[in-house]
Design a protein around this ligand. Structure first.
Ligand SMILES: [Fe+2]
Length: 400
């Protein structure tokens, strides 16, 4: 069970996938041992973890879900199902994994409070903000160190345009959530997003320098790489010159170019490499992703082919200043980007880039779509000051 847990955690942490020889061997050995020595429940855990590791992401999520039908208090199955649905872009899956078991728990069971934090995040991603906030607060009342619950609350405040409250909440509870080191970088990233909404770019840069970059260099985790890349990219979209040196603080990215656990990571990796001036490595990443995406046996490969590659090309074309091409690549897939996983708040980076591509386009057929895209963003993310700035930029560049 411990080995199934480690394989599941490594796969869901997106640190390794089937192309990692050592990880592939570890999965095979685990399967053989599970067959010989495991009980029925352990075998099912191994099956799910190995399915995930080999890129069968939807079948893995379904396997953890079925485990929960028989063992509703299996916290590993709850957490792994919740995370698998997160990476599969299934908001309802994320919510349902917890919803279907929470009533079957006894509040005295160890770790009970964490269910409320997970449930809060699932509800938030489904747009059920009021209930999500109640659940997050309930979780934090039971355990103020539940960084996933703090994170869920940050999402609610972000999506509802309650940015001032969000900033206050993050700073007032920083000593609690930063102890959850695996998520601390991401919670700092959320704090920086609240600053960006108010165009407080220096404060966001300070968070990058003090926390995000340093934490990535300690963990070398791809989850932290995503936050670092996303934060600098968003500041650049706001017109901030973050400087190549800051991009270079996200060090040693070359080792990740054949990972392809999830294409969401590859897109963040590609823009970081390009901005660092690592053009050859960026080209190698794109070639590797292109080759990988023809491996249709993996769910992530199919998504890479249909959605990930056009998104990657759209983002890189934007980086090159080819705004028309960037928009042409991203417009047809914009409703499907959810399938690459991540949260609404994370994918807003792609939404913002598409809107900026349209604003900067020379083609009237493209730039005239801008108000519609800003409206779509506003529907999902209410009262965004950043959205107002995008609208002002559009009016300034395309006066009626
Ligand atoms: Fe988040």
């Amino acid at each position: 069970m411990a080995r199934a847990f480690v394989v599941g955690l490594t796969g869901l942490g997106t640190e390794a996938a089937a192309r990692d020889i050592e990880f592939a061997k570890k999965m095979t050995r685990l399967e053989l041992d599970a067959e010989q020595f495991g009980n029925e429940r352990e075998k099912r855990h191994v099956k799910a973890a190995v399915l995930w590791g080999r890129g069968k992401h939807h079948e893995a999520a379904a396997t953890w879900d079925r485990l929960l039908d028989d063992y509703p208090t299996d916290l590993i199955a709850v957490k792994f199902s919740h995370d698998a649905h997160f990476f599969n872009g299934s908001s309802s899956g994320k919510r349902n994994a917890v919803e279907k078991v929470i009533g079957k728990w006894n509040a005295d069971l160890p770790c009970y409070s964490y269910l409320h934090g997970m449930y809060a995040f699932g509800l938030e991603e489904c747009g059920e903000y009021a209930q999500a906030e109640v659940e997050a607060e309930h979780a934090l009342a039971l355990n103020r160190f539940d960084c996933w619950a703090s994170h869920a609350k940050a999402h609610v405040l972000e999506m509802n345009g309650r940015h001032r409250e969000g900033k206050e909440f993050m700073y007032n509870t920083e000593d609690d959530w930063r102890q959850g080191w695996m998520l601390a970088t991401h919670n700092y990233w959320h704090t920086a997003l609240f600053h960006i909404e108010f165009a407080e770019h220096e404060s966001a840069l300070e968070i990058f320098d003090r926390e995000v970059a340093n934490r990535f260099n300690r963990t070398n985790s791809l989850l932290d790489m995503v936050d670092a890349s996303s934060l600098l990219w968003r500041l650049e979209l706001e017109g901030v010159n973050v400087g190549k040196e800051r991009w270079r603080k996200i060090e040693n990215l070359g080792k990740y170019i054949d990972n392809h656990s999830i294409v969401f990571n590859d897109v963040h990796l590609g823009v970081a490499l390009y901005r660092q001036g690592e053009l050859e490595t960026e080209n190698e990443l794109r070639s590797s992703l292109d080759k990988y995406s023809s491996l249709l046996s993996e769910d992530n490969a199919q998504i890479s082919k249909t959605i990930g590659m056009p998104l990657y090309d759209g983002m890189l074309n934007f980086a090159h200043g080819n705004y028309d091409t960037a928009a042409e690549k991203m417009l047809p897939i914009r409703d499907k980007v959810v399938q690459i996983g991540g949260s609404h708040a994370q994918r807003d980076m792609f939404v913002q880039t598409l809107i900026q591509s349209c604003i900067l386009s020379k083609d009237a057929n493209i730039w005239s779509l801008t108000p519609r895209l800003i409206g779509e963003r506003e529907t999902l993310k209410h009262d965004s000051l950043l959205g107002q700035r995008l609208a002002e930029k559009f009016r300034a560049m395309h006066p009626l």
